[in-house]
Design a protein. Structure first.
Length: 180
DNA sequence: GATAAGATGTTA
DNA sequence: AACATCTTATCA
């Protein structure tokens, strides 16, 4: 069991999004440890009209410009949190929306970014937490690598701008992905 | 200070 | 297909 180093996140955002499939998300909360395998991701970069960082460094999007390997948690639609991993080459901005987990312990359904955060008790208090430190309440571990032919590439969900980008990735035939 | 839209999920 | 519900950004 070991975490991915900062260098893992300091690469092209789309590449990292693909590589995050099969990795393990660990969440320590209320004395318990919850974890699951990432089965669905979406990439968002600075040059992408759908990305929060597209229009520059606003107060909310500032996290996406910070050091790769930290968390970006934001609030949407009045009731849901969404969890992202910040990942981009030096001097750029970008993040990866974690959309679904395959649960390994008894965790509630996590097929969708809002439900995922609710199930793992992820809130904006965890914004900018270090995902490369096993002492964090939230971090990512190296998991099983997913063979290329099991990775499905498709369009992202729930956005109008940039909807033609093929930047959503999920594991083929996995029952835990959202919007089957 | 006001307003419109949003990386969603549930219900009908 | 409607709606619950509130932050953020973009105006004035």
């Amino acid at each position: 069991m070991s975490v991915m180093p900062h260098e893992f996140y300091k690469r092209d955002t789309v590449e990292v999004a693909k590589d995050l499939l099969g990795c393990k998300l660990v969440r320590k909360t209320e004395g318990k440890t919850l974890s699951g395998i990432i089965v669905e991701t979406e990439a968002y970069t600075q040059d992408d009209p759908a990305c929060h960082a597209y229009r520059g460094e606003t107060p909310r999007a500032a996290t996406l410009f910070k050091h790769p390997g930290i968390a970006y948690v934001y609030f949407i639609y009045g009731m849901y949190n969404c969890f992202n991993a910040v990942a981009h080459p030096e001097g750029k901005a970008g993040g990866i929306l974690i959309r679904a987990l395959e649960t390994v312990y008894a965790v509630k359904k996590t097929n969708g970014p809002g439900k995922l955060c609710k199930a793992l008790n992820i809130t904006r208090e965890l914004n900018e937490i270090d995902l490369t430190n096993p002492a964090s309440e939230l971090y990512l571990e190296i998991g099983e690598s997913v063979p290329e032919n099991k990775i499905i590439t498709t369009t992202r969900i729930g956005i109008k701008n940039g909807c033609d980008y093929l930047w959503r990735f999920y594991i083929k035939d996995n029952p835990y992905v959202s919007r089957k």
